[in-house]
Write a protein that binds this ligand. Structure first.
Ligand code: SIN
Length: 500
């Protein structure tokens, strides 16, 4: 049975939730997620939200310059200014809705620092649980809104495009019901792409679904080669899951060091000025080099000069998780290695979140807004979710036209098999890890391209009406977009390091 709404939002991370919160309550909003609303990448964000919390544009300049420098100046400056200059407004909106951030004993906001930031300007919540706290609070707030409806276990398969406009989406609910949701405006807010790689800090549901869908609908993409690897994912020799536990850069922001397996503090060789607080691309590439030179697959995060009591209070989630793995922050060296973390490019949009296709928006990690350039500055991602989630909602409120598309779309019958595509997914991850991760070369990229093209061709030949099928199709499409862009960019810049 088809459904109808005014605004369809695909994805329930921070960008989708915040957009929903800002759509005029007179419009009916559907928030669709392929799992449960509690799962998202946003909820895994530890560090925080970078924001110059004031309306004085002169005071925004250092955040703007830090963002441009981290992005190797491939950012679009007007987008960076838009991001930073709108930070106060959106964060205040979030706080006014009832979302809380950590305060000192006098009621002032507490700020932390991460790599690439020249000052402490990062808001946090629950110590190192910023994403989880913000997303949970916001979800609980908008749950009470009568115009907002959550559709869980509902996988968006493909956008419906008629007369060049997006008029909704085909979905699969509970792996059983296949129907259309007609909408006047549609927002893709599906987040990241971590599952395309063999190891990631992302939620493993991050299979690039929005990217795949947008590609099939004819969207433009930009900067897909810039995949950021977080330097300090917890390393374990016995790790089975592809998801790796993140150890926030804020731990280095509070003074932690990096040491190689010979216990040498190595960042002095790579960025003597900023050391462990250099931007992520520089730190990850330095770790890669150290691991290569020492014939190992990890380095250490050293907090042994810091007070364990302070670390436990400041980073309760990380402290507890590491303890369960046998490491006490403040006493033990913590083994870490880089893992896929963030896609800096994505579906091309303007500053209002609009794609080139009428009635279709993209916000959050799946979107390219021009703010990140060749490497994202730490804690700018949640800020981006807020700024562009708000802008898209505002634009929708201002341009909304009544009149609903008739139910004319004919849903194709597709066969249904119990395949789980695990071997194909593993192959995609293996090739991406080997040839399209921190260090890349032409030969490896070409080999990966051919392999991915063959996988895609085979998948397309045998369509299957299951979540696994569409996820795998989206993964291979996303991997191909990254690989093709990486092949096209021959220079090394930001998080794209070409050795030939
Ligand atoms: C972190 O806490 O290190 C991650 C935050 C981010 O990705 O910006």
């Amino acid at each position: 049975m088809n459904k109808h709404c005014d605004v369809l939002i695909i994805g329930t991370g921070l960008a989708g939730l915040f957009a929903a919160a800002n759509v005029d309550p007179k419009y009916k909003v559907f928030l669709v997620t392929k799992t449960k609303t509690k799962n998202s990448n946003s909820r895994l964000a530890q560090g925080g939200i970078a924001c110059e919390y004031n309306e004085n544009k002169e005071l925004h300049e250092s955040h703007i310059q830090d963002t441009l420098r981290a992005g190797a100046y491939l950012n679009e400056e007007k987008s960076v200014r838009y991001l930073v200059d709108n930070g106060y407004k959106v964060l205040k909106n979030l706080i006014d809705l009832g979302v809380n951030f950590d305060l000192d004993e006098f009621g002032n906001f507490l700020f932390t620092r991460e790599g690439g930031h020249s000052t402490r300007r990062i808001f946090h919540s629950g110590g190192d649980a910023t994403g989880r706290k913000v997303v949970e609070d916001l979800r609980n707030i908008i749950r009470l809104r009568k115009n907002i409806h959550f559709l869980q276990d509902t996988m968006a398969l493909d956008l419906i495009k008629e007369d060049g406009k997006i008029v909704g989406c085909i979905v699969l609910e509970n792996e059983a019901e296949h129907y259309a949701i007609y909408s006047k405006k549609t927002i893709i807010a599906t987040g990241g792409i971590g599952s395309v790689y063999g190891s990631t800090t992302n939620d493993l549901n991050a299979t690039g679904d929005g990217i795949g869908m947008a590609y099939r609908a004819g969207c433009e993409f930009k900067n897909m080669e810039f995949v950021q690897f977080h330097p300090t994912a917890l390393y374990s020799e016995h790790q089975i899951s592809r998801q790796r536990f993140l150890i926030s850069e804020a731990v280095r922001g509070e003074g932690a060091y990096l040491r190689n397996v010979e216990k040498e503090r190595f960042m002095i060789k790579y960025d003597p000025e900023r050391m462990e607080l250099a931007p992520r691309d520089i730190v990850s590439q330095a770790i890669y080099r150290e691991m290569y030179d020492t014939w190992t697959d990890h380095v250490y995060l050293d907090t042994t000069h810091l007070d364990p009591k302070f670390l436990e209070k400041r980073f309760p989630t990380i402290f507890e998780y590491c303890k369960k793995q046998g490491y006490i922050l403040g006493l033990d060296l913590i083994p870490v290695a880089p893992a896929e973390h963030f896609l800096c490019g994505g579906i091309k949009t303007d500053l209002l979140g609009r794609t080139k296709i009428d009635n279709l928006y993209a916000i959050g990690e799946c979107a390219y807004t021009g703010v990140h350039g060749a490497n994202r500055l730490a804690s700018n991602s949640l800020l981006e979710c807020l700024v562009f989630g708000f802008s898209a909602a505002k634009n929708i409120n201002e341009t909304f036209k009544n009149g609903m598309k008739e139910d004319t779309y004919v849903i194709k019958e597709i066969a249904n098999y119990n395949y789980n595509y695990k071997p194909i997914r593993k192959k995609i991850g293996d090739y991406m890890d080997e040839h399209v991760s921190i260090v890349r070369n032409e030969q490896g990229l070409k080999l990966t391209k051919t392999t991915l093209e063959n996988i895609k061709k085979n998948l397309e030949k045998y369509p299957n009406l299951t979540k696994y099928y569409y996820e795998t199709l989206n993964m291979v499409q996303t991997a191909l977009l990254i690989t093709n862009s990486a092949l096209a960019r021959e220079e090394s810049i930001g998080c794209h390091l070409r050795i030939k």
